[in-house]
Structures are given as C-alpha cells and as structure tokens.
Write a protein that binds this ligand. Structure first.
Ligand SMILES: C[S@@+](CC[C@H](N)C(=O)[O-])C[C@H]1O[C@@H](n2cnc3c(N)ncnc32)[C@H](O)[C@@H]1O
Length: 288
C-alpha cells in the first residue's frame, strides 16, 4: 500500500469508525487492511468504503476487526493466580483506613462538574479494566475480588472499551462459549454463571459489580486514584510513541503504590524512567 493510498484509507476509516490509525503501527495495520479488503471481495478501497458507508453492520465489523476484541476469562491463568495470591491481598491490606476517594468520571459527567468532588461511600479498591472487550477481564477481576474481600459493595471496577458492541455484549453478560470459560473454576461457574443450551451467561450478581463505559484511551480523559489498572493485549498494535504516552497516563492515573497489570508479552521499556518498579512479571508498581 503506498503512502497516498494509506492516507486515503486512514481518512475513510476515521470517518466511518472514529478509529484513528495514526496511533497504530503502519506496517502491521497495512497488512491487516490488505487481507480485510481481499476477504471483503471488493476490487478496491473506493468500492469497499462505498459499501461500508451504506451498511451499519459492515461498519461495525470493520471496527471490530481493527480493534481486535479477542479475550477470555482469566486469560494467562498463572498471572491471575499471582494477582489473587500476591497483588490483590497487598492492595486490600493497604486499603485499611484509606482516605475517601474522588468521584468517578461518570458521576462527574452526570452532575456536569469536572471537579474532583469526594465520594465518601467508596472506600474499597478502585480498579480499571482498560480495553475490556466483551467483559471477560473485568468479570474475572470481580470474581477474585469478591472471594478475597467477602463483601464487594465498597469496591469499584470500571471497565472501558472503544467498541460499543463489545460493551453491549459485556453488559448483557454473554453469551460466552465453553472456550471462553475454559479457565473458570467449577466453583465460580456454579456461583456466577447460568448455562443455557451450551452457552454461559454471567449472573446479575456479578454483572452489577462492574461499571461499563465507552471510552477511547487514546483521546479521552482518565479517572484517577486507581489501585489497579489492567490494560492487557490492547497496546500491541500502537506505535512506540503512543505506548509510551499511554503508560505515562496510566502512571498518573494510579495512586502512589498502585499497580499496572499488562499483557503476557508486553514490557514497558521506559518503566523506571516513568516511575514504575517491578511488582512481578507483567506487574508494575507506581513508586511510592
Ligand atoms: C485483544 S482485546 C483485549 C481484551 C482483554 N484486555 C484481554 O486481555 O483479554 C483488545 C480490546 O482493546 C480495545 N481497544 C482497542 N483500542 C482501544 C482504544 N483506543 N481505547 C479503548 N479500547 C481499545 C478493543 O476494542 C478490544 O476490545
């Protein structure tokens, strides 16, 4: 794909899906786009975008393809075991006698005020699953947190994604396939899922523990004062510069001592320059 053609494709994609491809590594994105065009059966980009402009489903499919929303519950189970046995117990023990937390972005938006007003009701952990796809990640976090802390009501799990259709799926609690729930223990399956016709649905008790919002982590404001931010398998296609900026923003959104949990193959190259220290493989702590 030559530079002019890529400029044209980027412009059309931004208009059709609001995804800005300038944030993504060009060679990989161009390869993926070429194979998508081939699969669409359209002879060129002009006719492809004519079809996309006229068809909501085609627009949604294109956006899903670009943002790649593959996920599963307890993805990389060894990392979740570490999270359960080491990271979450530490964060929970640090929470005792913690000060009140600022209000959420959603509450601020609702009340029309951007000030960091104090919400005295929320004194549990503040967790953000950024790029939560169809909800498998935040629901996994909610299951662990409930088991570890007994009562859940005081905690806040924010789950955000760019993709509205993935969020709608997550909010509906499924249906998830047998593969999706492959790493879910029998105990959690019994407790939190209903099985119907071979499909799994998250029960209301778990669903209401997670707050889903549509959010673009590359352009939208971040909430602050998180104890744990989970951003896994999202940044792989972003350019090095975009990743660096994003990790700095995550750093600022964590409270001192808060943890950033990244994907199994992801390494923050400038971690110590940003102010992170290692808290285990795939876990970075904002230095106190
Ligand atoms: C591969 S999934 C990862 C899901 C989950 N974090 C996991 O590790 O299983 C990547 C998700 O990131 C979302 N995403 C991509 N770019 C995003 C952006 N700029 N802002 C928010 N979400 C984004 C996609 O829509 C997709 O649902």
């Amino acid at each position: 794909m030559d530079a002019n053609e890529y400029e044209y494709v980027k412009k059309e994609i931004l208009a059709a899906t609001a995804v800005d491809l300038d944030f993504y590594k060009a060679p990989q994105m161009q390869r993926r786009l070429k194979s998508y065009l081939l699969r669409s059966g359209k002879p060129d980009w002009q006719s492809f975008f004519r079809m996309v402009r006229a068809d909501d489903d085609a627009r949604r499919d294109l956006k899903n393809y670009l943002t790649i929303n593959v996920s599963s519950f307890f993805r990389d189970i060894d990392k979740y075991t570490f999270l359960k046995e080491k990271i979450l117990p530490e964060l929970l023990s640090e929470k005792i006698a913690a000060p009140p937390r600022p209000k959420s972005l959603r509450d601020m938006r609702r009340s029309g005020r951007a000030s960091a007003a104090i919400d005295t009701k929320t004194r549990g952990l503040r967790i953000w699953s950024a790029g939560c796809s169809r909800g498998q990640e935040p629901y996994s976090l909610a299951m662990l947190l409930t088991e570890l802390s007994g009562s859940f009501t005081k905690h806040y799990i924010l789950a955000s994604d760019l993709d509205r259709s993935a969020l709608a799926y997550a909010e509906a609690g499924g249906p998830y396939t047998k593969d999706d729930v492959g790493a879910v223990s029998e105990k959690y399956l019994q407790q939190y899922f209903e099985e119907r016709d071979g499909k799994y649905f998250v029960k209301e008790t778990l669903r209401r523990k997670v707050t889903f919002v549509q959010h673009n982590m590359l352009t939208d404001a971040f909430e602050t004062d998180f104890d744990l931010i989970v951003c896994r398998n999202v940044v792989i296609y972003f350019t090095a510069e975009v990743k660096d900026k994003l990790y700095r923003r995550f750093y600022r959104s964590l409270r001192p001592g808060g943890i950033l949990f990244v994907g199994g193959t992801e390494i923050i190259s400038k971690a110590s320059e940003i102010g992170f220290e290692s808290a285990g493989i795939s876990f970075y702590r904002r230095k106190v």
